[in-house]
Design a protein around this ligand. Sequence first.
Ligand code: GRF
Length: 215
Amino acid sequence: MKKRVAILISGRGSNMMALVEAARAPDYPAEIVSIIASRPDAAGLAWAKAQGLPTVAVDHKSYATREAFDETVHAALVEARTDLIALAGFMRIQSAAFVQKWQGRQLNIHPSLLPLFKGLHPHKQALDAGVKISGCSVHFVTEEMDSGPIIAQAAVPVLDGDTPETLAERILVAEHKLYPHALALVASGRAILDGGRVRSGSTASRADGLFSPQL
Ligand code: GRF
């Protein structure tokens, strides 16, 4: 049985597109059952509608509290019989109650090699730190932002002359490969949450969660 996945977005939704495209393969272990946007004008929402995907806009501005917003999102997820959530550029901090309800079933992508450069402006943080390799990470969501157990990571070189924009563009190419891979690992049971860490299922290669650039 394919896992039923809802994707939560706030903006352009390029990672959502990569997941939707990947899930079109007949042997992909997950299907995309809902796209939920925190902004009705999110560019990704228009794309999803044009694809004929089920979409829901939950305008965060219409909710007085974080909890009320989260409850509406939760109801939409239940309505879509969601097994797994993929956050893809979803710019809302979630309430503890929501995170707990979806513990171990919610994934996020962040454009750095976590635990480095959490939070806002990770590309600028990487450049300011002078690292030669950055990348992206897919992790399970926990209450602390960008801090949950890591499922898979891709390394991306930082080049002389990079700006936050050029580095973001290079990392984004890797994100679009890594996220479908990581979601497939979780959906197929090849990545298993075990305490605070993610381990490979018995048939998986130990390198399943790792991508490296060619040197
Ligand atoms: C990506 O860089 C993602 O890692 C971060 O926000 C950005 C979203 O981009 N969390 P998109 O909306 O998927 O194009």
